[in-house]
Design a protein around this ligand. Structure first.
Ligand code: CDT
Length: 308
């Protein structure tokens, strides 16, 4: 019998600094209902979907930023989202900033099933940007100050009748993220993102932001025979314009659905998970064709050791 997941990419427009958690959750509930009306059973929201992208500001005392983080999930503010999803019988994937009891700060994404149970948690592995205040920048990207890189790696979970993996934003630029999940048989990767259209260290890359977004997710999908669902928080947030272009990609690498605005918007695709095996069992039959014995540098070293 065919294994189908009808998945929704629930893109958000900007969340400004003074927008409350309650207002964000109201928007998420509206998106959830639209997705449900379109037949979705799984809705993917962006990275940091409950707050503005606060790493764009630096604070000397990090405890002054603790109000951006969630210390439990669900909590008073997000419970209505969990309740409405359960009432509709629809699952979701939500990104938020997590502050643990031990005081660790993670950039986190959870997967919640149609009964309202959190079945998986992923914490961002590749943390981009900088850890120190860089006053000459037009805006900060201080994710390395606000978030600890997770050592838990990339999991794949049996859920929604398939094998689901998660990654967050910058993770999508690294082939290792997809391959780690590909080696666990992933069939659908869920990825929220916040990508400023202006890349401060090298503005010549700015016109290529959309191209690079598609390039990495389409290649990752194809090379691992998996669906990829990339979901943006786009538009102008606190003066910083961010890429929208939320996209659902099939295991062929083809785009199945893509948003057309930078605002709150839902696109849906009906994903036949068995399509993955057209690639996993042929050109990308890992067991038959991969050569891990000659890939040892990939885990043995971090930076390039230049050949001379
Ligand atoms: N949120 C996130 O990971 N954004 C990064 C921006 C990189 S520029 C410092 C991204 O890869 O899209």
């Amino acid at each position: 019998m065919a294994r189908i997941i009808t998945v929704a990419a629930a893109q958000m427009g900007p969340i400004q600094r003074d927008h409350t958690r309650e207002s964000c959750v109201e928007r998420l509930i509206t998106l959830l209902r639209i997705a449900h009306d379109k037949g979705a059973e799984l809705v993917v929201f962006p990275e940091l979907a409950l707050t503005t992208f606060f790493p764009r500001w630096f604070v000397d005392d990090i405890s002054q930023a603790h109000h951006w983080y969630e210390t439990s999930m669900p909590n008073k503010n997000t419970q209505p989202l969990f309740d409405e999803a359960k009432r509709l019988g629809i699952g979701f994937c939500l990104g938020y900033a997590e502050l643990t009891e031990a005081g660790e700060r993670f950039n986190t994404q959870i997967l919640v099933d149609a009964q309202g149970n959190t079945v998986a948690k992923y914490r961002k592995v590749h943390i981009p940007g900088h850890a120190e205040h860089e006053p000459d920048r037009p805006f900060q990207h201080a994710e390395r100050y606000y978030f600890t890189p997770s050592d838990e790696g990339f999991g794949v979970w049996k859920a929604f009748g398939g094998r689901i993996g998660m990654m967050i934003c910058n993770d999508r630029r690294w082939p290792e993220s997809y391959r780690e999940m590909g080696l666990q048989g992933v069939e659908m990767i869920l990825c929220g993102y916040n990508t400023p259209l202006h890349y401060v260290p090298d503005p010549s890359q700015d016109p290529l932001a959309g191209f690079h977004n598609s390039l990495v997710m389409q290649s990752g999908a194809y090379q691992n025979g998996t669906f990829v669902v990339g979901v943006a928080k786009g538009g102008v947030e606190e003066g910083v314009d961010s890429l929208a272009e939320s996209t659902i990609i099939g295991p062929s690498g083809e785009i199945l659905a893509k948003t057309v605005t930078s605002a709150d918007e839902v696109v849906v695709a009906r994903c036949d998970l068995d399509w993955c095996y057209q690639y996993k069992n042929t050109l990308f039959d890992f067991d038959r064709y991969r050569r891990p014995e000659v890939y040892t540098r990939i885990t043995a070293q971090r930076g390039a050791i230049i050949a001379d």
